[in-house]
Design a binder for this molecule. Structure first.
Ligand code: SAM
Length: 178
């Protein structure tokens, strides 16, 4: 089931980007999303706050020439790169790593709000949000409560009907852009 959501997420990503696009993996973790993005875009900027995550991603993806690794929090993304087609957030903690190092609702929400101008110019944001752990649920709720009021965005939310604790995929774009 989780696999199906990932498939759905990747299918959506693939439909939004071309090999001329610059994209950002805001949380590279073990590099699965980075690898997918690297296959279908011109260049991927891969962020993570943990050296361990960057190390895992770099070792998996040593064959790719179109990835820049950045050891920094995603809230600083605009200091590194503009004109991004797609920002991908896979929230939560590093699978197999320290569960206490997880994305935080205040920083995630602030970062997405700050990407408003990019969205209005045609960028997209895709978020995989995990509701099965406390911090993740708070994070999802803060995103949901903020964006439900924002009419200048077009936002889709996908969740598994029979699995309330499955991750939720959010797709944020400018209203009527696609
Ligand atoms: C669920 S994992 C990402 C999974 C990854 N996309 C993959 O395909 O393997 C979440 C990652 O977010 C990272 N992270 C947490 N807070 C962050 C922040 N503020 N900026 C960048 N990365 C962050 C964690 O270190 C962790 O590696």
């Amino acid at each position: 089931m989780h696999k199906a959501l990932l498939h759905l997420n990747h299918t959506l990503i693939k439909s939004l980007i071309t090999e001329d696009d610059i994209v950002v993996d805001m949380t590279c973790g073990n590099g699965f999303d980075t690898e997918f993005l690297a296959q279908f875009s011109k260049h991927v900027y891969a962020f993570d706050i943990q050296i361990e995550a960057l190390h895992n991603t770099k070792s998996r993806l040593s064959g790719y020439q179109n990835i820049t690794f950045i050891h920094d929090s995603f809230e600083h993304v605009s200091n590194y790169i503009q004109d991004v087609k797609l920002y991908v957030f896979n929230l939560g903690y590093l699978p197999g790593g320290d569960k206490s190092v997880t994305t935080k609702k205040e920083i995630t929400l602030k970062t997405i709000i700050e990407l408003h101008e990019a969205i209005m110019k045609g960028s997209h944001i895709i978020i995989m949000s995990y509701v099965a752990h406390d911090e993740g649920l708070l994070e999802y709720t803060s995103l949901h409560n903020y964006f439900i009021e924002k009419k200048s965005y077009q936002i889709y939310e996908t969740k598994a009907l029979h699995y309330p604790l499955a991750p939720v995929v959010l797709w944020i774009q400018k209203k009527d852009s696609k």
